[in-house]
Write a protein that binds this ligand. Structure first.
Ligand SMILES: C[S@@+](CC[C@H](N)C(=O)[O-])C[C@H]1O[C@@H](n2cnc3c(N)ncnc32)[C@H](O)[C@@H]1O
Length: 198
C-alpha cells in the first residue's frame, strides 16, 4: 500500500500508527491518575483523550467507570480494544477520533484524563466538556527537564507553570512540577501534573 500523503493530519496518523505497530510499546496509566486515584468520584462518565494504548482508560474501566477512549491512531485503538476484551472490560469504548476536529461535547464527562498530549487550542473545549464539579487529570512534558525524553520541539512541551495558566478557570486540587530543583536523580521530573475541578 502506498502510504505517502501531503495531508498533515494523515501524516500524523501514519506516524502514530507506525509507532503503535511496535509490539513492545505497552499501556501504562499516567502517574497523575495512578497516584491520585483517591480523588476520583465513586462513579461517572470518563474520557481518556488522545489515549494511545489507553493506559488511563484501562485503569478507569478496571475501577468500574464507563470510559470513552479516543485517539486518531487506528492501530492504537485496535490494540486497546483487544486489551479491553482480554480483561473483560465491556465498559470501555475505544474510538478512532480526531479530537482537534471533533472535541467532546459540552458537559459530557465527570472525569477527563489527558497524558502526554498538548493541543493548547483544545483547552477551552476540555473545560467546557467537564460536567459541574467534574475533574481533570493532566500530565505532560515540561520544557524545564532533566532527561532528553519526550518531544524535542519546545512548542510541544509546557512552559514553566503553564498548566496552571491554561486551566486557571478551574479549581486546582493538586499541582506538581519540580523543574530542576534539588537532587535531580530523585522525584517526578520532566513533567507537570495537575488535578483540577470545575
Ligand atoms: C505521546 S502519545 C500519548 C498517548 C497516551 N495518552 C499515553 O499517555 O500513553 C500522543 C497521542 O496523541 C494522539 N493524537 C495526536 N493528535 C491527535 C488528534 N488530533 N486527535 C486524537 N489523537 C491525537 C496520537 O495518536 C498519540 O496516541
Amino acid at each position: 500500500m502506498n502510504r505517502q500523503t501531503n495531508d498533515p493530519s494523515q501524516q500524523l496518523r501514519i506516524k502514530w500508527d507506525q509507532r503503535y505497530a511496535d509490539e513492545e510499546k505497552i499501556a501504562r496509566p499516567a502517574e497523575v491518575l495512578l497516584n491520585n486515584a483517591h480523588l476520583l468520584p465513586k462513579q461517572g462518565s470518563t474520557l481518556d483523550l488522545a489515549c494511545g494504548l489507553g493506559g488511563n482508560a484501562l485503569f478507569l474501566a478496571s475501577r468500574g467507570f464507563v470510559v470513552e477512549a479516543w485517539d486518531l491512531s487506528a492501530v492504537a485503538i485496535q490494540r486497546l480494544e483487544q486489551s479491553a476484551r482480554q480483561q473483560n472490560l465491556n465498559n470501555l469504548h475505544a474510538r478512532v477520533r480526531d479530537v482537534e476536529n471533533h472535541p467532546p461535547s459540552t458537559e459530557q464527562f465527570d472525569v477527563i484524563v489527558v497524558s502526554y498530549f498538548l493541543e493548547r487550542a483544545l483547552i477551552p473545549a476540555l473545560i467546557q466538556a467537564l460536567k459541574p464539579d467534574g475533574l481533570l487529570f493532566y500530565q505532560t512534558f515540561t520544557q524545564l527537564a532533566v532527561s532528553s525524553e519526550g518531544p524535542q520541539n519546545p512548542a510541544f512541551r509546557l512552559a514553566d507553570q503553564e498548566l496552571l495558566q491554561l486551566f486557571r478557570d478551574l479549581k486546582v486540587r493538586l499541582y506538581r512540577e519540580e523543574g530542576r530543583l534539588g537532587d535531580l536523580s530523585l522525584g517526578s521530573r520532566d513533567v507537570a501534573m495537575l488535578v483540577a475541578q470545575k
